[in-house]
Design a protein around this ligand. Structure first.
Ligand SMILES: [Zn+2]
Length: 512
């Protein structure tokens, strides 16, 4: 059970094609950043409070800040038990969020499985928002640095909801967890407008707290990742624990909420506890593991609150210039699928970014007759519904302009790529419309070279059957993906969540 986040789902090696063309970033080349995070969740066994306190202090004594993701009910019991010592010790670290009741049913994926997009976002905020408010109030912090789901209870709507739940340090919501629903082969990425540290293998590691020889094995594992990342010019390592692991024999929630069990609060049981000697030995082993990491060169401990600074999205702050538009137009040419665009200057564009960029670029061209120097590109979510089949072969210039202005208005007002673009009564799949915008932008740029006032194109071809390449980074629907977590019912599957997740592949892009 100690490795429960790692045991479900398939670990599929992802070949990241952009990794081949993207130059290594690195103002501090070679720095290996370690994000140490603790899911602080056991609200039943009081010894978990002491384990949390000891972890906070042993790290603070070493000058290390970690990210503690608190469950709402955990913060409330700390307050009820008057553990101001634990709260004060936690406040020296970075505070994130880990759901309101964690494993009381329905868990997030259990209710999101029944939802579409907008109602899923609202339902997550309704159920989990009050717990986030409690964590902020009790810990005395204005914002929480990140959220990550209980077990495998994941859904894309949660990432989109975070900015509305006080989880937005520096305006950027962050998602930190371990799991396999979506990922880019071990680097942080953008998804649904959030900066996500997820599916970090091969850059995720941990030490078994109990096994003989675990320390040596874990140090070797860390050294190997450290060496590889240094050779790559630097990178980020994700390491997670739960404070309760130091004191229990079995997870608190497995004791109560296993496979759909949902006893009333009056019947919640404490998990069985380890002996003081066992707990002591595990703390000492852990301290040696952390000291080993500190002993290696170029290691820097970071927290979730540092992520927006370490992985800025320059497209958002700087917008796109004509060179950016030309790169997108080139990437869209002749392709039957839309992928990420990675520019040499470090700017990355998801499919949704490309849609927003070209819609705004063409709006300015068609309303002013001039090419804009710079285009703002706000964040937009992927479509809420699967696309229709495109019903149009081509549009004349005026009809294309009208469809474009309507689509641009929708994506800017709703901050979401339209589920379908209307050309009068006829529907166009948004990915097909994106490629059509690519054709139109290419023509506008060519016209501007001949004539200072750019007119409308005569005719714009509308392609068909365009796919979003990033969908392949969303996990397949296997029995273990959701059902592997012992709290979910045996064989629990959530195809609607994965459908929503694939639609949000529009928003996926590497953060480095
Ligand atoms: Zn948890």
């Amino acid at each position: 059970m100690l490795f429960r986040k790692q045991v479900f789902g398939l670990i599929v090696a992802v070949v990241a094609p952009w990794a081949l063309v993207v130059p290594v970033l690195g103002t501090e080349a070679g720095t290996v950043r370690v994000l140490l995070w603790f899911d602080t969740e056991d609200y039943l066994l009081p010894a978990d409070d002491d384990a949390t306190l000891r972890l906070c202090r042993l790290l603070s004594n070493r000058g290390i800040r970690a990210t503690f993701k608190l469950v709402g009910e955990k913060a409330r019991v700390l307050e009820k038990r008057r553990r101001s010592d634990v709260i004060e010790a936690l406040r020296k670290h970075d505070i994130g969020y880990h759901a309101n009741f964690h494993s009381v049913h329905p868990a997030p994926a259990e209710y999101l499985a029944e939802c579409g997009w907008a109602d899923g976002v609202e339902e997550f905020i309704r159920r989990e928002g009050p717990g986030a408010d409690d964590v902020r109030r009790i810990l005395g912090v204005p914002t929480l640095s990140c959220y990550g789901q209980p077990g495998s209870s994941w859904g894309p709507q949660t990432l989109a909801a975070l900015g509305r739940m006080g989880i937005a340090p520096q305006g950027v919501p962050c998602y930190v967890d371990s799991g396999s629903h979506v990922g880019l082969g071990g680097v942080p990425f953008w998804y649904c407008g959030a900066l996500a540290l997820y599916k970090m293998s091969p850059n995720e590691t941990r030490m078994d707290l109990w096994a003989d020889g675990a320390l040596e094995k874990a140090c070797e594992g860390f050294r190997s990742i450290h060496g590889r990342l240094q050779a790559e010019g630097g990178g980020l390592v994700s390491i997670f624990y739960h404070p309760c692991e130091w004191v229990h024999r079995e997870f608190w929630d497995g004791v109560n909420f296993r496979r759909g069990a949902n006893p009333p609060r009056e019947e919640w049981k404490k998990p069985p506890q380890r002996t003081a000697e066992e707990t002591e030995a595990a703390f000492q082993r852990f301290e040696r593991y952390i000291d080993f990491q500190r002993s290696l060169g170029g290691v820097e401990f970071v927290t979730a609150v540092d992520l927006p600074r370490l992985y800025p999205d320059r497209l958002r702050s700087e917008g796109g210039d004509l060179g950016t538009v030309k790169s997108v137009v080139k990437a869209l040419e002749g392709a039957s699928e839309v992928g990420f665009v990675a520019l040499e200057n470090g700017v990355r564009l998801s499919a949704a970014d490309q849609f927003v960029l070209l819609a705004e670029f063409l709006r300015i061209v068609y309303t002013s007759g001039k090419l804009p120097g710079q285009v703002v590109v706000p964040s937009a979510l992927g479509p809420a519904e699967p696309p229709p089949k495109t019903e149009v072969e081509s549009l004349d210039g005026r009809a294309f302009r009208d469809a474009l202005l309507d689509a641009r208005d929708e994506v800017f007002r709703r901050r979401q790529v339209p589920s379908r673009v209307f050309a009068g009564v006829r529907k166009i799949a948004p990915a097909d419309f994106l490629r059509a915008m690519g054709h139109a932008a290419r023509e506008a740029i060519a016209l501007a070279e001949k004539d200072p006032v750019v007119g409308l194109p005569e005719k714009v071809q509308i392609p068909k059957g365009t796919r979003i390449a990033a969908e392949k980074h969303v996990a397949e629907d296997t029995p273990g993906l959701f059902g592997g977590w012992v709290i979910h019912t045996e064989g629990f599957r959530a195809p609607r969540i994965l459908e929503m997740a694939r639609l949000q592949a529009w928003t996926l892009k590497p953060a480095k």
